[in-house]
Design a protein around this ligand. Sequence first.
Ligand code: SUG
Length: 443
Amino acid sequence: MNPTAHEVNLDSLVAPFHNFAGLSRGNVASEAHRGAVSNPKAAALQGLEKMKLLADLGVKQAVLPPQERPDLRLLRRVGFRGRDAQILDEAYKTEPRLLAMCYSASSMWTANAATVCPSADATDHRVHFTPANLASQVHRSLEAPKTAELLKAVFPRGPYFVHHAPLPVTSYWGDEGAANHMRLCADHGAPGVQVFVYGRAAAVVSGAGPRIYRARQTLEASRAVARLHRTDPKATLFIRQNPCAIDAGAFHNDVAAVSHRNLLLYHAEAFEDGDASVRKIEHLLARRNVELQAIRVTSEELSLTEAVQSYLFNSQLATLPDETTALIAPVECREMPRARQVVENILEGPNPITSVHYVDLRESMKNGGGPACTRLRVALTPDELAYAHAAVFFTDDLYTRLRHCIEHHYRDRLTLNDLADPSFLEEVRCAMEKLSRVLDLPL
Ligand code: SUG
């Protein structure tokens, strides 16, 4: 037990080529904004301001650089030839959707970067990382190799950190990372309960699944990650997302539920067997002498559709220095009267949440990414924290330098046609180089 452990929030800076290509099936916001004009500058500043808010609230915050795109290597691998400009031109003319896949800024949703197991939960007492293969979609599957490299750079191998390879990239092991994983505990440094939330069992052919969309996370992937992370089987649970929630647009569990320490904020329709899942979590936590504090929001209070529109359950929960808990909710929750009412009820209810901060992440939200999507939580003891790459930790100076970079090197208007422009590629390369210097991480 290490009660002084901290939870670090690792966010990725939004890339200068953030765009709306409508690539994600089952993600209603992404599909609805296909072809819209994006504002990469606003997107990056919105993400940065959210990081600053968390840092100012006393949460340990760290930043990853965006991943380099377009993935020209992939385009060459599938037969495009010539100079970079020719490849862009040819791909744009013949397979514009493929060009958009290679130019996606999707590494900004760091909750999907990996699953992390803190040392308190691993039987070998080390911190385990498994980058998510994101096998369900081409544009996201491109992220895993670089994610693995970045995580190794930030959490160097040695006495504390263990890095596993992403699971094989096939739909059998579809792995979406921490967005389909919850950890409940009394304190970040105390042994907790690991909850893997899967959408489908790849090995089971029959049975009722989502009717409209395909579930992304498989039980097989969740089991593999739990094995790799050496979690205690007596403190590990595998529960299934409600297929109806997936069909309503909750493509990841974190669109319908969020946990923090012993707190679970969830929609009554989030899990397939409803409250039986929550009782299982409660039972395992009780074995650790921890009492679950569950906040259940019913469909009468907020329908699944409203949950997906407001992204209420994609709020972040953060323990403040005075031990109260803050809800970091998207501004959409303030604007939708029924979501706002739920927030107000939560603030008045018998639970540790006493404050709300509404954050504007509209650019990310238009692609289906709310506050919780943009961060990967890593619980670290002081020794583990001291071993991590210091340059990525948020300071006022880092904030100022990143802000300067965004203001000078990011466009405020980007269309899908711009992706074919070789001068835009030059612009992107220049911005990426500057960012990698600020964060002292390789491109
Ligand atoms: O995988 N959107 C992402 C959003 C990920 C949200 N993450 C969590 N819920 N943790 C996705 O669907 C849209 C890209 C586009 O359409 O261009 C996209 O990939």
